[in-house]
Design a protein. Structure first.
Length: 366
């Protein structure tokens, strides 16, 4: 059994954060925001007016601050010859020792009350991943290794409850082969979970209860089932390579087999292809010339993706003790990074919102 990486796409592109904070200086808007932070209709109007994505925050320090963390695009087995260039250099960088990501920290505090742009250009080769299965016996795990301990442990949103463990054991039955156990989990998810974006609530237990979730929740459920059985598994966060589309963020999973490596699994794509409920999604996969067989996405992966980060609950560097409340970012950790996490207006007396217009352009050269 082995993994093969072939048929690379040469990809050239960029992604841009255009941050608009200057409208906060208008007295009329500031007075409205101070008393209407929970007014959903007001928030929707602001997003419509200014475009982009809206974030809320309130200050808790003496000085206004605006921090952001990016997971830098880097090389992985199916992602090579990476070149990146940033229009603003990071304030500080550090390797994420748990997941092998590189985290760039940006202090944008000097840009408050103005509009600014961060542009990151990149060139990469993205390879298709193929799992060749033969009669080789899969080796037992080294349960004392750092990798095994890191990727079989319970984490926030990946809780290994009694219910999870019992259901995982029921799904695999008497099967003891790690690869076949993972395939049984994959098949069960395709039969029992439906795609829904956005999910009502993140986490494996809400996903099980509601029988639905987005790509992130599909992969969290697969990962947690695997971990509860002693199979190392982790998240992969990235982006579809789709020319002329504004956003195409995506999440999938991978599990580890000793002496073979990390095996990719994309259960949300497979579910969409199997159940064929979303005609636009079927058209989207066909236009990308990706395989239409749901089973392809267990063990194999198309080349139309860019990887931003791997793992969950990623530790952030230069993190203040008190962070602004922000979805999926707690206790100086980010649930995942695709490509960034932000801590808006940590400090001062500001109470309000700001707009980040995120877009990218990707071109397949050959």
């Amino acid at each position: 059994m082995k993994l093969i990486y072939k048929n690379p796409h040469k990809i050239k592109g960029f992604y841009v954060w255009i941050v608009n904070t200057e409208f906060l200086s208008t007295q009329h808007l500031k007075s409205k925001l101070d008393s209407n932070l929970n007014d959903k209709k007001l928030m929707e109007k602001l997003v419509k007016k200014y475009g982009g994505k809206l974030f809320r925050a309130s200050g808790n320090e003496k000085k206004d601050k605006f921090f952001s963390w990016f997971s830098r695009i880097k090389e992985w087995p199916n992602q090579k010859k990476v070149k990146i260039k940033s229009s603003i250099q990071p304030t500080k960088s550090r390797k994420d020792a748990d997941n092998d990501n590189t985290i760039d920290f940006f202090d944008f505090s000097n840009y408050l009350d103005k509009k600014f742009q961060l542009k990151i250009d990149f060139d990469i080769n993205s390879f298709e991943t193929i799992l060749e299965v033969d009669s080789d016996r899969i080796k037992s795990y080294n349960k004392n290794s750092k990798l095994y301990r890191q990727y079989t442990k319970p984490e926030k949103y990946l809780e290994q409850t009694k219910e999870i463990k019992k259901l995982a054991r029921k799904i695999v039955g008497k099967e003891t082969d790690y690869l076949r156990q993972a395939k049984k989990i994959f098949d069960w998810i395709l039969e029992n979970i439906s795609y829904k974006y956005p999910p009502e609530k993140r986490g494996v237990m809400p996903t099980l209860k509601n029988k639905c979730g987005d790509c992130g929740e599909f992969n969290h459920l697969f990962i947690t089932f695997c971990r509860s059985l002693g199979i190392p598994a982790r998240s992969v966060l990235g982006m579809w390579v789709i020319p002329k589309i504004k956003q195409g963020y995506h999440a999938w999973a991978e599990f580890y087999l000793e002496n073979i490596g990390w095996i990719p699994v994309d259960s949300s794509v497979a579910e969409g292809l199997k159940n064929k409920k979303d005609k636009d999604f079927i058209k989207f996969i066909r236009e990308m010339k990706n395989p239409m067989n749901p089973n392809y996405y267990f063990g194999n992966l198309d080349r139309n993706r860019i990887i931003f980060s791997k793992g969950n609950n990623i530790s952030l560097i230069n993190c203040p003790k008190k962070l602004s409340q922000f979805e999926m970012m707690e206790e100086c950790k980010s649930l995942f990074m695709q490509p960034a996490s932000v801590s808006p207006f940590v400090g001062g007396n500001k109470k309000g919102i700001f707009i980040i217009d995120i877009h990218h352009e990707l071109n397949i050269l050959e």
